[in-house]
Design a protein around this ligand. Sequence first.
Ligand SMILES: *Cc1c(COP(=O)(O)O)cnc(C)c1O
Length: 404
Amino acid sequence: MTLPSPKANFYADLDANLNGLRTQGLYKQERVISSRQGAEVLCDDGRTLLNLCANNYLGLSGDEKLVQASIDATRQYGYGLSSVRFICGTQTVHKQLEQALSAFLGMEDTVLYAAAFDANGGLFEPLFDEQDAIISDTLNHASIIDGIRLCKANRFRYAHNDMGDLELQLQAAADKRHKVIVTDGVFSMDGTIAQLDKICDLADKYGALVMIDECHASGFMGQTGRGTHEHHHVMGRIDIITGTLGKALGGAMGGFTAARREVIETLRQKSRPYLFSNTLAPSIAGASLSVLNMLLSSTELRDRLHANTAHFRHHITQLGFTIKPGTHPIVPVMLFDAPVAQQFAQRLYALGVLVTGFFYPVVPMGQARVRVQLSAAHTTAQLDQALAAFAQVGRELGLLKNQE
Ligand SMILES: *Cc1c(COP(=O)(O)O)cnc(C)c1O
């Protein structure tokens, strides 16, 4: 008999863990799309699906003008830089995009990253150390949590969106040198908008900085789409903004941090994902620049997104579904029970509507849901088609409050 080698044990353990995920219903399956991203997508099984689960808020992911802008930038600047920024990876298009983002967000300066995950991962360690305090919402994004882990600052956590607890944590951190409050501008599971007006007041009272992650806000929150700081009328009071180019602002990939000059200069000198990772592809920088120009010339896309959101929120409630109240294009349709949420998403899929079911441990026990995300690319007819599918599945599963 041959004894299993330590290596064989390693692979066997991985398989056992993967099987565990499958039996617990936690295994994530990838759908394969063979078309561009958009309101409708073609899947590799030949079916066309109405897509209600992309972060394609402004509908730009498959937009012809952006495809052309990325081709134009590729022709001018080439395919890539084969370099990090500080060696030979900075082109005029990167500097132009940094300036345009600063102007759009109302901040002094901006530094680009390959992803918002990197922007958050490389933010805290260069700026704060063991003398300082980071005060973070418990539901902040994984990349913020990881970024804070890489930093030696003292960690304080406040209960999600709880301003009373935030104040207690600020008091607990009173003897620390620098203090920074850290929050998602919008939280992705519920579409909850952080109370930035109150957060800025508390920050002023306790001499703290404010950092927000605007991944689910940049491009469409606020009157002209600048973000949650515009929505809450606190532009000029936020110290640090991180965000993505991979959601509303085009949908390719890439991230950024915007702040005062001293912060951005420090990040360019010390932030590890910036120093040790390749520069953003010129095609993305060029196309992102056209996105910002598009948003400056008209709020049409942002306005259509909010009209679509209002339409869907109104009619889904009329049908008798329970949603998390709010105004954000993330609309959690609450089904509470995990198997029901799973079944619901599967039935919608069969009817040609793509949504994601979320259940414990991604959301709290008993809070299972399907999460809908609206897009400016959806037509009213498509939304009504989705609503009809929701109604049908709701009736089939006996879930509608208003059912006669
Ligand atoms: C999506 C997201 C990120 C990561 O963005 P990428 O650019 O895809 O890395 C970070 N923070 C929040 C809140 C997000 O929703």
